[in-house]
Design a protein around this ligand. Structure first.
Ligand SMILES: C[S@@+](CC[C@H](N)C(=O)[O-])C[C@H]1O[C@@H](n2cnc3c(N)ncnc32)[C@H](O)[C@@H]1O
Length: 112
């Protein structure tokens, strides 16, 4: 089925908003979820130097952006096309972190 870009992005946002509203996990990793997260962060951490500026695309609730801001990044721009996730990410950031992380609701394909 051929769809235009805007309709496709809207359907993606609805898909993720629906997952968020149902409280579903983004990734099902069972009992290894925490181990996988830690391994992923140690991989990502290799590329972050003190004072780095980082763009996170598809930030979800922003857990990686918060980790980046707590581990050397001076500035993080975190984008996500699902409004509910951007709202949640903003709520989860402490005031100190909010100064260094900008959460923007937009699609990677149509940056603002
Ligand atoms: C599988 S979730 C991962 C969220 C987060 N990075 C994490 O690790 O928990 C994918 C996220 O990417 C967002 N997303 C999907 N396509 C996107 C796009 N084209 N532009 C921006 N965000 C997008 C979704 O709204 C969703 O929050």
């Amino acid at each position: 089925m051929v769809r235009d870009r805007e309709s496709w992005l809207k359907s993606q946002a609805e898909f993720y908003e629906n997952k968020l509203n149902k409280g579903e996990e983004m990734f099902y990793a069972g009992p290894y979820a925490e181990t996988i997260k830690l391994k992923w962060l140690s991989f990502v951490g290799q590329f972050v130097f003190d004072g780095a500026a980082v763009l996170e695309v598809g930030c979800g609730d922003g857990w990686q952006s918060r980790w980046l801001a707590n581990n050397g990044a001076a500035r993080v721009v975190a984008i996500d096309l699902t409004p509910g996730f951007v709202e949640k990410a903003r709520l989860l950031s402490s005031p100190g972190l909010s100064e260094r992380i900008s959460y923007i609701c937009c699609a990677a394909e149509s940056p603002q």
